[in-house]
Design a protein. Structure first.
Length: 177
């Protein structure tokens, strides 16, 4: 019986050893397809400031920049939600320069048409590795000047620019606001 146990242990050990070599097939690296609007597209943590202050008391908010249904590099969707207003609108983009802008783009977020119908974006830019997250992870930064069609609805003067700036969401819970 003792000999049979030794034989069984030896057979199992050799089998595991052989399977280890056979099972370690080297596969080619996976290719990761990205949106044609990358690096502009992504999920961001942003704040909305007027003259350097959070005058609307909005704090940090999520913003999404993504490709449109056309899936081309020259246009993006900008989607945001704050406690005061929601929006989704199209903007033109220049991926090589990592810039975006638009004039009087209609609000596609039906729920917030009561607030704003059109948006203008000026000086939109993404800076790759331009900032740090809460936990000091290097991440991209985003900046743009947002004009709404009727800022008086927020108690603001006509022509008031909301300075939208922030950082790419890292996906780590410790970096979320």
């Amino acid at each position: 019986m003792h000999t049979m146990k030794k034989y069984l242990i030896k057979s199992v050990s050799i089998s595991i050893f052989i399977l280890g070599f056979i099972g370690c097939e080297t596969l080619p690296d996976a290719t990761v397809d990205v949106s044609p609007t990358y690096p502009i597209s992504g999920e961001w943590w942003v704040n909305y400031k007027i003259n350097g202050k959070d005058s609307l008391l909005l704090g940090w908010n999520r913003l999404l920049t993504s490709n449109t249904a056309a899936n081309i590099s020259t246009e993006i969707l900008i989607t945001g939600k704050t406690r005061l207003f929601d929006f989704t609108f199209k903007s033109t983009s220049d991926i090589g320069q990592k810039t975006f802008s638009v004039s009087n783009s209609p609000n596609l977020a039906a729920i917030s048409k009561q607030y704003f119908n059109n948006f203008t974006v000026q000086n939109g830019k993404v800076i790759v590795n331009g900032t740090h997250s809460i936990t000091n992870v290097v991440t991209d930064s985003i900046y743009f000047e947002l004009l709404v069609d009727d800022p008086t609805k927020l108690g603001l003067a006509a022509g008031t620019k909301l300075i939208v700036s922030g950082k790419r969401r890292t996906g780590f819970p410790a970096d979320d606001y």
